[in-house]
Design a protein around this ligand. Structure first.
Ligand SMILES: Nc1ncnc2c1ncn2[C@@H]1O[C@H](COP(=O)(O)OP(=O)(O)OP(=O)(O)O)[C@@H](O)[C@H]1O
Length: 210
């Protein structure tokens, strides 16, 4: 389902990220641990079709992402990959519901799963609320709902627990796992947060001990 092989990348020649090969089947989960600055967001962006590696390739369902043209890659990403960014990519003046409909619109999905998704994530009762009136934990769940709105085969989450207290951090990881299991999707979480360690047993560490 998701394969990354022989990936090489650096922003400047004096840098070198050591990026291990990754191979995950449908429904498998992986935790990538790394200290701040170790390249976690960089890897996630490469796996998500947002940053072209200098060498190597990323294959999703046999499709080599960076062989696709820009427009085809955008379309492929919209259909297959859901990314939960470190800083929520949601529009705060809009309501929860409107944010989801916007995601549906961009991925041409019907939006028939929105209600179930909001219920699963415990934010259904907030659907008419503007995002800028939500707590950080609620806003994080909206950004998860948005990323999952088109039932992606690959779910990538960048430090999804960084700004959450213990209780909410645990909840968010559980929700991500449940949703991935429900859709039999690949789930990759990158984090430096030790609290996530106990939730996903398949782990790799980049850039030395965390
Ligand atoms: N666009 C860029 N141009 C140049 N250097 C960059 C760029 N983006 C990131 N870097 C550098 O690359 C390194 C890895 O960054 P990255 O954001 O991938 O790390 P990270 O592990 O996700 O860190 P954090 O946990 O703090 O978010 C850092 O040293 C960062 O300063």
């Amino acid at each position: 389902m998701l394969v990354a092989k022989n990936i090489e990348f650096h922003y400047s020649p004096d840098q070198n990220f050591n990026i291990p090969d990754i191979s995950l089947n449908q429904g498998e989960q992986l935790l990538i641990l790394g200290k701040s600055g170790s390249g976690k967001t960089t890897i996630l962006n490469m796996l998500g079709g947002l940053l072209k590696p200098l060498k190597g390739e990323v294959l999703i369902d046999g499709t080599s992402l960076y062989q696709l043209s820009g427009a085809a890659l955008d379309k492929f990403r919209g259909k297959n990959i859901g990314i939960i960014f470190q800083k929520p990519h949601i529009l705060s003046p809009l309501t929860v519901e409107e944010n989801l409909r916007l995601a549906n619109y961009f991925s041409k999905a019907k939006g028939d799963k929105n209600e179930v998704l909001l219920k699963d994530l415990g934010i259904f009762e907030k659907r008419k609320a503007k995002v800028n009136t939500l707590s950080e934990g609620e806003a994080q769940r909206v950004s998860i709902a948005r990323a999952l709105a088109n039932s992606p085969k690959i779910i990538l989450a960048d430090e999804p627990t960084a700004s959450l207290d213990d209780e909410n951090a645990g909840k968010v990881v559980k929700l991500l796992k449940e949703q991935a299991e429900k859709f039999n999707a690949v789930l990759i979480i990158v984090t430096h947060d030790q609290r996530v360690k106990d939730h996903i047993s398949n782990q790799i560490t980049i850039g030395g001990e965390v």
